[in-house]
Design a protein around this ligand. Structure first.
Ligand SMILES: [Zn+2]
Length: 190
């Protein structure tokens, strides 16, 4: 196992000691849910990770995922796990509320978690890579993957912009949980 994945798993276990990584195909209700939403999100089964409390439902068996992808996924999901613990029912209710579309709280929670993906992009490739990932996220936020959680591509880009700016100017990297996650990602000494 790569050093990075080892560090990320240790970080997740510090916050969620009983974390479980499961392949979502192994879980009956996940298969049913995947079938129900397939008309809107055809690649839910194969591309999306879902997290509920201590359990991370992965689109592939964890041992078959590229370690770098698994490590990045777990960092994103850790933000959700911390938010779920802190906000409890409010998180779950507001995440699912007001399906399918428009301006949703789902986008608020996902923006907090995708901030991790933006941080890693900037760390990996500076401005061009940050802009690249920001563009992909604008498509993702406005498209079917999360039930059109922030409709309109331009408005999704505008919604993401404060986070993109905070990554670029370094201020996000000073806030928790992002500072801790980034240090673990990079392998910085504590
Ligand atoms: Zn997410």
């Amino acid at each position: 196992m790569s050093d990075r994945l080892t560090r990320v798993l240790a970080l997740v276990r510090r916050h969620v000691p009983d974390v479980r990584l499961v392949h979502k195909h192994e879980v009956a209700w996940m298969r049913v849910f995947g079938r129900l939403i397939r008309p809107v999100v055809p690649d839910f089964d194969t591309h999306y990770t879902t997290v509920l409390g201590r359990t991370v439902y992965l689109p592939r068996p964890p041992e078959q995922m590229p370690e770098r992808v698994l490590a990045a996924t777990l960092c994103h999901e850790l933000v959700h796990q911390l938010d779920q613990r802190r906000y409890g029912l409010l998180f779950y209710a507001s995440y699912a509320w007001a399906l399918p579309a428009g301006r949703t709280m789902r986008a608020y929670w996902e923006r907090r978690a995708y901030a991790v993906d933006l941080l890693f992009a900037y760390d990996r490739g500076g401005d061009p890579e940050l802009d690249n990932v920001a563009r992909r996220l604008a498509d993702l936020f406005s498209g079917p993957g999360y039930f059109f959680m922030w409709a309109g591509r331009a408005s999704a880009a505008a919604y993401l912009r404060p986070v993109v700016d905070a990554v670029r100017d370094g201020s996000l990297a000073e806030q928790q949980p992002y500072a801790e996650i980034l240090a673990v990602w990079r392998g910085d000494q504590a």
